[in-house]
Design a binder for this molecule. Sequence first.
Ligand code: ZN
Ligand code: ZN
Length: 746
Amino acid sequence: MRNRGRILIRGIVQGVGFRPFVYARAADLGIRGTVRNTGSQVEIDAWGDRFPQFLDAVSRGPPMARIDSVQVEPLDGNPPPDFIILQSAAGALSGLIPPEIATCRDCTGDIFTPSGRYAGYWATSCVNCGPRYSIITGLPYDRERTSMAEFPVCPSCAGEYSDPSCRRHHAQTIACPACGPQLSLRDASGTPIDAPDPIGEAARLLDAGRILAIRGIGGFHLSCIQESAEELKRRLGRTEQPFAVMVTPGHLEEITWVSPEDWGWLESPVRPIAVLPKRDPDALTGISNLHTLGCMLPYAPLHHLLFARLSHPLLIMTSANHPGYPMITETDEAVEKLQGSVDFFLAHNRRIVNRCDDSVVRDGFIIRLSRGIAPKRTRINLGPRCILGVGPELNSNITIYTKGFAVTSPHIGHVRNPPTLTYLQETVERTGRFLGASYDVIAHDLHPQFLSTRFARELAASTGAALVPVQHHRAHVAAVTTVPCIGITIDGVGYGDDGHVWGGEVFSGQVPDLDRVAHLEEVPMPGGDLATRFPERMLYGILPGAETRALLADRGWDEIALGVLERQVERSVNIAWTSSTGRVLDAVAAILGACRERTYDGEPAMRLESLAVRGTAREWPLVFGSRDGCRTLSTRALCRLAFQEYSRSTDLPLPDREKARADIAASVQHNLARGIAALAVDAARERGIPTVVLSGGVAYNRAIRETIQREIRAAGLTLVMNPEYPLGDGCISYGQCVWAGSLRDG
Ligand SMILES: [Zn+2]
Ligand SMILES: [Zn+2]
């Protein structure tokens, strides 16, 4: 029987308490030897009669580890007298940047143990929980390469750190009230207030209806109670966009429907925002005027302590930034930028090295890939070259592929303004440095004008990397699979091969060779991007003519504006052509009066969905056509039916009228989904391809997604989605890497 060996464990082994875990097993089993992190793996030299049991135990790893491989090599020489944890060595770096871990049960217990060292301490953590990515300045993960290095440990913390029997043995983030980072309460001008109990005082202010900016793990939140939501919206000038909330578990069940799958996410170490259906769609409208509410549970000791002192069970917790801009991380910056929006600041002095917004999930799909999930690492073989994917323009992140792993950064935002572009550049620089990346290939969106495209070109010029443009919707498919497939992508906008605005596409083939075989009918967007902001313009583009004109006049359009719109469409001046799914939903939202101006991403379509959940879908006839060798689904025909039904509804008494409009919303979603599925099924049957891929932001719409799913399965085909990456544009940078990696000849 083997009684010695060098064990090499690869995977997510940093920042998860791997070495203390190994130490404890060694102590249990009388094993002598050493353990160390080498950056990409844990290396254990072990001697002892119970080596086989030890190998078995360490191969499973601690709860937060993800193990890719375990290898055992022969070992010579003599064991040390004991088992020793060695200093980390900087070895081959391969993408092991640990994500944040929500506070564990043990640490929650510690902060509420009155006599304990950690009683009431806002930054309590252990090997199983705490900040990670947000504080890391370099790898391997050790305290000296985090912003915790600025806080030398006190003798008590040093004792626990070196005590093998303690949960904080080698906990890099160990800190206590005596030695760790501290909170401070500040007034609206940023001046510190003398408050011996900042959390208690913050809770009192929140309960009294004041608005606070709270510095958390990866950035600042704006926080207030439900009663102050309207005031916060007023101050921010964001009257429509729903806020996310943080609630106690008991209250969550009172206000929303939580499925077992949602509970799984909510209570996981990620603790994301879960978008949940409200129990009463008409409740909490000051926070969200949709039928859903974005909810999270307290995930940091600070939150647990705050809720323990608060008399309200719910707090608005929205990222402190303009939508699409980077989350504010620095206290000085918060004071400057939030001037006039907040009454107080609850800040701390632990540096946030890497910004990290809250992750968002819905129905088990990731909407925003961020805190607790990112940097997300996927094992995939894309060949020997190092590839950077810079993402699209909206809801961007970046992905770096090197040595068998793709690593995707946290959510970056809308890369159409300079601060977000700067954040993108910083993220590329830092993540690249962490991974030791030197790019052979840079993949970017096909759109020539995107800031991310320009950045890709500049970086390629300075590094000599090859550029690979990737069409937006093909990147969506590549993020799901590289096997032969029919690929459905339904989203807002993406630059097509022909320079038109695509967004309701069906492809056939295999990455990197996907043919566009079907799409939604192309319709004009009068005024280009303006039609995205004002859905009524989109409506007129799809259904030009006297009836739409009359409806718009009714809604307050003046004659001059209508005349301009009419001429634009008639003469095809200042028009973009689009097959976008989102724009069709926008137009229907306009018919139903559900949204006149889009004030945040996807608003009209979300309002339509909220209307549709109250309605019953009916089957409408579908009209198909063809254009340039592609099959098309007529969205004009669908919108015309919706318009007719709407016109009929105007004579009904009020409750019936509302029901009729909900039915129209439901019917449009249902029939649009049916039509898209039919295009895919036909393409699959013609080519004998059994696999259908679904991606794109519109697929978050439950009714649309489930209808497509049902139709595809009913046709005997397999529908594939990738729950590991967002359905929306947060999957694009990863898809770009996969695409570029599939071009093996270059
Ligand atoms: Zn813990
Ligand atoms: Zn201490």
